[in-house]
Design a protein around this ligand. Structure first.
Ligand SMILES: Cc1cc2nc3c(=O)[nH]c(=O)nc-3n(C[C@H](O)[C@H](O)[C@H](O)COP(=O)(O)O)c2cc1C
Length: 192
């Protein structure tokens, strides 16, 4: 719990690191909606900016014995977070390697924290990528929130570098944020 009115910290993790990515505008839209929701202190974790290398720690992350500054910084950010929205594209019917890499760097930092998935792509809206990610989340004891937001034909909704979701997208995201807000205090008790 981090801001002055003790709202839980919601980390919007932008997974695509590709130059020209639509992930950045989609992530900014998600973060803006989360700020408007009012229930969270919202941060954006942009994996392009964070620039983790491919996983390079000698020991299993569950031991928490990180040898690199980039791992310690990433660990600190995720440890102080209370909930997550992962914003990610579908690549070749899967989720992007950048997201798996960022997840694998850590272990206990993820446990008993709600997560929701905003996937995007072509006609499928990234649903195969989201389905593929679920087993990874559960083994780390992340708490996937029922309901996710698949955004189909995403590029048609981005203009001049700005993503504008439809009213249906916004309504689904509001429901998801309400669910995260309900579960987050209970999850915090599980961790205490
Ligand atoms: C390597 C690669 C693979 C892709 N595979 C899929 C796919 O399986 N399903 C889909 O709906 N879109 C696919 N796409 C289209 C992406 O969803 C689309 O390019 C999207 O903008 C990528 O997100 P980004 O711009 O944030 O990186 C693929 C794009 C790339 C670059």
């Amino acid at each position: 719990m981090s801001d002055s009115v003790q709202r839980p910290t919601l980390q919007v993790i932008i997974a695509s690191t590709r130059p020209g990515r639509v992930g950045l505008p989609v992530g900014i839209w998600v973060a803006e909606k989360a700020r408007q929701h009012g229930g969270f202190a919202v941060e954006i974790a942009d994996l392009a900016e964070i620039a983790l290398p491919l996983f390079d720690e000698p020991e299993h992350p569950r031991l928490g014995r990180y040898t690199h500054e980039h791992s310690r910084r990433w660990s600190e950010r995720i440890a102080r977070s209370d909930a997550f929205v992962f914003v990610f594209p579908e690549y070749n019917h899967g989720y992007p390697a950048t997201l798996k890499n960022a997840i694998d760097f850590l272990a206990k930092e993820w446990a008993f924290k709600p997560v929701s998935l905003v996937s995007y792509g072509g006609a499928s809206g990234g649903i195969r990528a989201a389905a593929g990610l679920l087993p990874v989340l559960t083994v780390l004891k992340l708490l996937p929130i029922a309901g996710s937001l698949p955004i189909a034909n995403v590029s048609s909704l981005v203009s001049d570098g700005v993503f504008t979701g439809t009213e249906r997208h916004a309504a689904t995201l509001r429901r998801i944020l309400d669910e995260i807000a309900r579960v987050t205090p209970i999850a915090a008790q599980l961790r205490s």
